[in-house]
Design a binder for this molecule. Structure first.
Ligand SMILES: Cc1cc2nc3c(=O)[nH]c(=O)nc-3n(C[C@H](O)[C@H](O)[C@H](O)COP(=O)(O)OP(=O)(O)OC[C@H]3O[C@@H](n4cnc5c(N)ncnc54)[C@H](O)[C@@H]3O)c2cc1C
Length: 553
């Protein structure tokens, strides 16, 4: 963290040098002393400091300057740094102006020039003011700041990307945060495109894509090699486990992830049934541990990066990524999981990420403080989200189509929900319409039992209605079931026959698809158990078969 700044401004070069010298001698270790020879020059530099989120502890400013008086400067500087102490240096003749400034710009002190000896006439005053400042000062947030609007889908996308990739950031809402407005004003006359992302080095990105942001913060988005023994697509539990096992057993492994490592599990607020963590752990925690473990074994993790196409040129499996790059390998594992199914009701598409969210969108939790939050779905993911949002929201209402949660949710979660007074479960209820101008303002709920429709005001709706695989890019390559889940192993043998095009003298291995050397693990596999432990298990087992396959390539 940069040291807080003590600013001195004086148009007389001799005086300026002397003041700066005295200040550095006395305060140089704790504060950075900066100087300027005019008010406008100092204001320009101050704006840059503000963009870098640096702090100013004190201004020591000459009153009589030709372009801008000391009082005029302090008036402007105060809007940027209201907490900084303000001291005016005056000639004896200007004492009146200084006294008036005590009221108009709330100066903390005025000193009459010359201040020699500083030990007697300068430092005691400044010591006091700086001690005071240090005592009441809260250090600013040191990382990335995101300025945007609560209901903007692009602001949500940036927050979600940073949050899911575990990059700390501070969110500043332009509509409610004075600091956000000030930061945007400083960029005038340009009007920045929102969301605006400010970095600690003073640089910024306006309305960046996740890829631009990832590159700026140093995430790896491009592969280092053109060829790998094993390419794993999807960094959920299945893909991460496969990458850890593969790399730890000597396979050159790259892991390609479209959004953020962790997959669905990474969005869980509390996982309580994963073996070895009796007190439970968050999805973010599990992801961080798994990613560290993979990196320790030299797995390259490319994120955000997306699989677009696969082609087979024996003995290679070639993957084309979204940026057009080709990577080749001998063995490929598909662990692309499932994505949330969309809620197909009027208004939903238009308001997605502007009040209607798929998944837990934990980044929105604080914004829901003291509001009502609606959750659609009756599975564990919905239950975990309800528990999480209940910490912030006034009330959480779970809407579930069946007549009880028992059919779809684990008992441990049902018990927790029952004990939470601000969670209400409405059974046999479903959302039939959502509405709002620029963001969600109300939703209509149909009670299937009574047939009654009610429209309620609402600003947040989180949807958890199961997942569907997104495997269209595999069309014509590997066999899938009618819902898009990938078939593997014994599921490919029909009437004792191997899949079409299969030309090996053996059956597909347990987790091998209809193309030799292309494997599948986790939720995207037809018939898989949709659990973290099952994904981890399948990812690990797949590596065993990958070794057998590689032994014969
Ligand atoms: C909110 C929530 C809470 C849950 N809680 C629990 C729990 O407590 N206990 C439990 O056992 N299970 C839980 N589950 C279920 C569990 O998380 C999943 O079963 C598990 O994550 C599946 O792992 P996976 O690796 O197969 O797929 P996923 O976790 O879905 O990961 C797949 C990854 O592949 C990426 N991907 C997809 N397509 C591409 C592409 N074309 N290119 C590159 N990358 C791609 C995705 O972005 C994703 O990161 C929960 C699920 C949710 C949503």
């Amino acid at each position: 963290m940069a040291r807080p700044v003590v600013w001195t401004v004086d148009d007389d070069p001799e005086v300026l040098r002397a003041v700066a010298h005295d200040l550095r001698r006395q305060y140089g270790e704790r504060f950075r002393v900066m100087r300027a020879d005019s008010g406008p020059a100092a204001l320009d530099a101050l704006k840059q400091l503000k963009l870098r989120n640096e702090t100013v502890a004190l201004f020591l400013v000459d009153q009589r300057m030709p372009r801008m008086t000391g009082v005029e400067f302090l008036e402007e500087a105060r809007t940027l740094y209201p907490e900084a102490k303000r001291v005016l240096l005056t000639a004896y003749a200007d004492t009146d102006a200084a006294i008036q400034a005590i009221n108009s710009v709330r100066i903390d002190y005025y000193l009459i020039k010359p201040w020699d000896p500083p030990e007697a006439r300068l430092f005691p005053v400044l010591d006091d003011l700086l001690d005071d400042w240090v005592a009441s000062h809260r250090p600013p947030f040191e990382g990335i700041r995101v300025v945007g609007l609560r209901w903007s889908p692009s602001s949500h996308a940036i927050k979600d990307f940073l949050g899911r990739n575990q990059v700390p950031y501070q969110w500043l809402d332009l509509e409610v945060d004075a600091e956000a407005r000030q930061l945007v004003q400083q960029l005038e006359p340009e009007t920045p495109q929102l969301p605006l992302v400010l970095f600690p080095d003073g640089s910024r990105l306006e309305e960046p894509t996740p890829l631009q942001l990832a590159e700026k913060i140093g995430m790896q988005t491009r592969a280092q090699k053109p060829f790998y023994d094993l390419i794993v697509v999807g960094a959920g539990p299945a893909g991460l486990a496969a990458a850890v096992y593969g790399a730890s057993e000597g396979l050159r492994t790259v892991l390609i992830e479209r959004e953020a490592p962790g997959g669905q599990a990474g969005t869980s607020s509390r996982i309580e049934n994963y073996l070895g963590f009796p007190a439970g752990l968050s999805g973010a925690d599990l992801t961080r541990r798994a990613v560290d473990q993979a990196r320790r074994f030299d797995v390259e993790i490319l994120s955000p990066q997306e699989l677009h196409k696969i082609r087979v040129e024996d003995p290679y499996r070639i993957v084309t990524l979204a940026d057009g790059t080709d990577l080749s390998c001998h063995a490929l594992l598909l662990a692309t999981g499932v994505s949330y199914r969309k809620l197909d009701v009027p208004g939903c598409d238009r308001l997605t990420e502007a009040g209607v969210y798929y998944g837990a969108a934990m980044t929105e939790a604080k914004a829901c403080k003291d509001e009502d939050v609606y959750i659609v779905g009756g599975a564990n993911s919905a239950g975990q989200a309800a528990m999480y949002f209940a910490k912030y929201a006034r009330r959480v209402i779970i809407l579930v189509r069946s007549d009880s949660l028992k059919k779809s949710m684990s008992q441990y979660l049902i018990d927790q929900i029952e004990q939470r007074p601000n969670i209400e479960v409405r059974t046999r209820s479903r959302v039939v319409e959502v509405d709002g101008e620029t963001h969600l303002e109300c939703l209509t709920i149909l009670n299937d039992h009574t047939g009654e429709k009610t429209t309620v005001p609402a600003s947040s709706l989180f949807v958890f209605i199961g997942g569907a695989p997104r495997t269209e890019c595999l069309d014509g390559l590997v066999e899938r079931d009618e819902r898009g889940f990938i078939l593997a192993g014994r599921d490919l043998i029909r009437d004792g026959k191997r899949p079409r095009g299969w030309d090996l003298d053996r059956d597909p291995y347990l987790l091998e698809t209809s193309v030799p050397g292309i494997f599948v693990a986790g939720d995207v596999r037809h018939g898989s158990v949709k659990r973290i432990a099952s994904g981890v298990g399948e990812g690990s087992i797949a590596v065993q078969f990958i070794h057998q396959y590689l032994g014969n390539v």
